[in-house]
Design a protein around this ligand. Structure first.
Ligand code: NAD
Ligand code: USQ
Length: 382
């Protein structure tokens, strides 16, 4: 298969590009390196030292003989995107390339506008480019479980059967996202569903939960292939943050009571979900939605797991309940369906103590790189 991985320099995109390349697919990366610039803007860094994208793909070629083409540019520049599509003619377009931090999108008006323009216009361009240059190409788009919010009923995979005034229909599941970032994903979903309907393109929207971990078999082949590992209050995500906090002796930063429950998955399952989706494309005109997570946890449950594992390694850990910087429910019902990817062959890698220990040890190895001022959350919603 010929695949484009947009956002292929990022946390999920880089290991996905390697995984698909290893399996014999022709992979091309699109990235504008914005993620590295946001680190500069925030005076932050990846916990792991990451090589430049150029060094990464060169090393991959030396080790495996496989070429990953790189196109440095922005999805918001349609001429650039069109040229890449003309050259690659992809069978599948994997779209990770968005501003993905909820706190970053809530910094101020400029960052909210930037996030929505970057994400919504980028995705609009991808849809147009598929229609113009590769109408049969399957778009595999990263959405988020956060599109649904935390409703008081079960969360279905994209659609809900409704009975109203004696009539029934299957309608898009209601969306109640919790940040301008999460809203950008909702806007993307609406635009893509419309494009499927009017142009007959094929789209799989992967509503992914929070991803933890950092290594895959491929990124562990060489230090130049190591993946990024975010920990700061803006880009770090819950479980990864707790593991790094434990490694540096910082209190675990549970926001509020910690009853916030989300879907989580291991990064090794993210790459597999992309492969499964690519191997089973959506039909022409179909806007297919999969919920991409393997387990549900509350934030406090995760903090308690991290505390237990770190203390077994001889490192004492305290759990702090910080004033919640976000506006979100801290006690709520949460039960989401996630059967479709498993029906297509996903065997989940669950969150065992061994898995936690492995990530924790990497965090300990690089703990001197942590910029301590960046650990506490600095962005408030209200
Ligand atoms: P990331 O920030 O590490 O990677 C995103 C990459 O996209 C970066 O390399 C960035 O430079 C690039 N990019 C951003 N805007 C671009 C543009 N306009 N043109 C070209 N390149 C651009 O993020 P990630 O954690 O790898 O997330 C990837 C995708 O998965 C995102 O869409 C995110 O919303 C989604 N997702 C992530 C998680 C998670 O826990 N990390 C969970 C659910 C969904
Ligand atoms: N939280 C804490 N302490 C922390 C960090 C987070 O209690 O130190 C809480 C948050 O308040 C929230 C939950 O943990 O209730 C999840 O927060 P997060 O920062 O781990 O994840 P989130 O902001 O939801 O965003 C991440 C990714 C995003 C993706 C989303 C999937 O950054 O790209 O879309 O996870 S989901 O959560 O399913 O929407």
């Amino acid at each position: 298969m010929r695949l484009i991985v947009a956002g292929g320099d990022g946390f999920c995109g880089w290991p996905t590009a390697l995984y698909l390349s290893k399996r014999g697919h022709e992979v091309a990366i699109i990235d504008n390196l914005a993620r590295r610039k946001w680190d500069d803007e925030l005076r932050s860094n990846s916990l792991t030292p990451i090589a430049s994208l150029e060094e990464r793909v060169e090393r991959w070629k030396e080790l495996t003989g496989r070429t990953i083409r790189v196109f440095l540019g922005d999805l918001n520049h349609y001429d650039f995107l069109g040229e890449v599509m003309r050259q690659v003619r992809p069978d599948a377009f994997v779209h990770f390339a968005e501003q993905r931090s909820a706190p970053y999108s809530m910094l101020d008006r400029e960052h909210a506008v930037y996030t929505q323009a970057n994400n919504v216009i980028g995705t609009l361009n991808v849809g147009y480019a598929i229609r113009e240059f590769a109408p049969d190409c399957h778009l595999i788009k990263l959405g988020t479980m956060g599109e649904y919010g935390t409703p008081n009923i079960d969360i279905e995979e994209g659609y809900l059967e409704i009975e109203h005034n004696g009539r029934k229909d299957v309608l898009p599941y209601p969306k109640q996202p919790g940040s301008f970032y999460h809203l950008s994903k909702v806007h993307d979903s609406h635009n893509l569903m419309f494009m499927c309907r009017i142009w007959g393109i094929r789209v799989t929207d992967l509503n992914q939960g929070v991803v933890y971990g950092l290594h895959t078999e491929e990124t562990q082949l060489d230090p130049l292939l190591v993946n990024r590992f975010d920990y700061d209050g803006v880009f770090g995500t819950a479980l990864n943050r707790f593991l790094i906090q434990a490694a540096i002796g910082h209190d675990l930063t549970v926001y509020g009571s910690g009853g916030q429950t989300r879907g989580f998955l291991n990064l090794t399952d993210t790459v597999r979900c992309i492969e499964i989706s690519a191997n089973h494309p959506a039909d022409r005109g179909e806007f297919r939605v999969f919920n991409q997570f393997t387990e549900e946890f509350s934030v406090l449950e995760l903090a308690e797991k991290v505390k237990r594992v770190a203390e077994r390694e001889g490192i004492p850990v305290s759990i702090a309940h910080l004033e919640n910087p976000r506006i979100e429910k801290e006690t709520h019902y949460y039960h989401a369906k996630n059967t479709k990817l498993q029906q297509l062959g996903l065997t989940p890698n669950l969150l065992t103590d061994e898995v936690l220990l492995d990530i924790f040890r990497t965090a300990v190895q690089h703990k001197d790189r942590v910029v301590k001022d960046n650990v506490l959350p600095g962005v408030k919603w209200g």
